[in-house]
Ligand binder design. Structure first.
Ligand code: ZN
Ligand code: ZN
Length: 351
């Protein structure tokens, strides 16, 4: 075991601050990464403040991790010291259940091990995330990064990127299809970029008319202000697929009605309260309403390779770690274009 530094919190009502974090020494199959950047996901904020009621303190958030490999175990293959590497939301799973065998570790029957706030099988206590100088992860959960892209802007691909890529791929979005993306935040802006790169005609739905120009710059062919009933009606029964990234309470029936026969709407935003789905919204036109959770390791690698090929990164705002609470406050007001990324060089070497 060794001690590194990080930014952690000891209680729901305490701000994050400098702390010591224990990491295991790399075992034969482990990789140690010196973290260069870590994206700031809404889940980080939920966990830090125990908004899902399951946080065990102390808690170090962060699951959009990119950095440089500093140590590898004797049995590690495919990764070398000095290479860039990434870690997303998962650091382990049972590897034996049918979902793990299918490469869908995010749906592990025995519960995957999250990058933070999951029981740590090696050190006891809970896993500690990427707001930290180093992380040690089994090679099977470490990703190769495209070398042609800006390192800081790759970080959000590891959660926001795969969360939107996986459903677009699973439901086979491609050329000739009309695809809707609801909401232009961290997830939505990646959804627009990825669906556009996959060749679909992309329509962005937003409540703020001010986002129109930006959405088009990101790859949207058309922008619909969802509060405008006429604009919405003009798109009735015309979509093959809709990706809903909205995490606030909203009327999903307004969007379900825009799907064609057998069209699918997938929820990736997670509103606190249950969504009200009218049976008629899905009975008519045999529509589907589904959900999707991040993506497996193989698919995350596929997404990173796809982004390398298509030159896709997240639009980011870099912050020093000392500004994390301010970043959370701004995220709650949707005041970020479109993801905060922490520059880990700002983290002091000793706590
Ligand atoms: Zn996340
Ligand atoms: Zn499993």
């Amino acid at each position: 075991m060794f001690v590194c530094t990080g930014f952690s919190t000891g209680a729901a009502d305490q701000p994050l601050g400098l702390a010591k974090i224990n990491r295991r020494d790399p075992g034969p199959r482990d990789i140690e990464i010196k973290i260069r950047y870590c994206g700031v996901c809404h889940s980080d904020l939920h966990a830090a403040r125990n908004e899902w009621g399951n946080t065990v303190y102390p808690c170090t958030p962060g699951h959009e991790i990119v950095g440089e490999i500093t140590r590898v175990g004797a049995e590690v293959t495919g990764f070398k010291v000095g290479e860039l590497a990434g870690v997303g939301c998962l650091v382990d799973s049972c590897r034996t259940c049918s979902n793990c065998k299918d490469g869908l570790e995010q749906y592990c029957e025995n519960g995957f091990t999250g990058t933070y706030n999951s029981p740590d099988a090696h050190l006891g206590g809970m896993t500690q995330g990427g707001y930290s100088s180093h992380v040690v992860v089994d090679q099977d959960f470490v990703l190769h990064l495209p070398e042609n892209l800006d390192l800081a802007a790759i970080a959000p691909l590891l959660c926001a990127g795969i969360t939107t890529y996986s459903p677009l791929r699973h439901w086979k979005v491609g050329p000739g299809q009309k695809v809707g993306v609801v909401g232009l935040g961290g997830l939505g802006h990646m959804g627009v970029k990825l669906a556009h790169a996959m060749g679909a005609r992309v329509v962005l739905f937003t409540t703020s008319p001010g986002k129109s120009e930006d959405a088009k710059r990101l790859g949207a062919d058309e922008v619909v202000v969802s509060k405008n009933a006429e604009e919405m009606a003009a798109h009735a029964t015309s979509f093959d697929f809709i990706l809903d990234t909205v995490a606030a309470d909203h009327d999903v029936n307004a969007y379900l009605g825009l799907l064609k026969r057998d069209g699918t709407m997938v929820q990736v935003g997670a509103p606190e309260k249950p969504l009200a789905v009218s049976a008629f919204s899905v009975i008519f036109k045999r529509r589907n309403f589904a959900g999707s959770l991040i993506g497996g390791i193989a698919e995350t690698q596929e997404m990173l390779d796809f982004c390398g090929e298509k030159n896709i990164v997240s639009d980011i705002e870099i912050i020093p770690i000392q500004k994390i609470e301010e970043a959370y406050a701004r995220m709650l007001k949707s005041d970020v274009k479109y993801r905060f990324v922490i520059d880990m060089a700002s983290l002091p070497e000793a706590a």
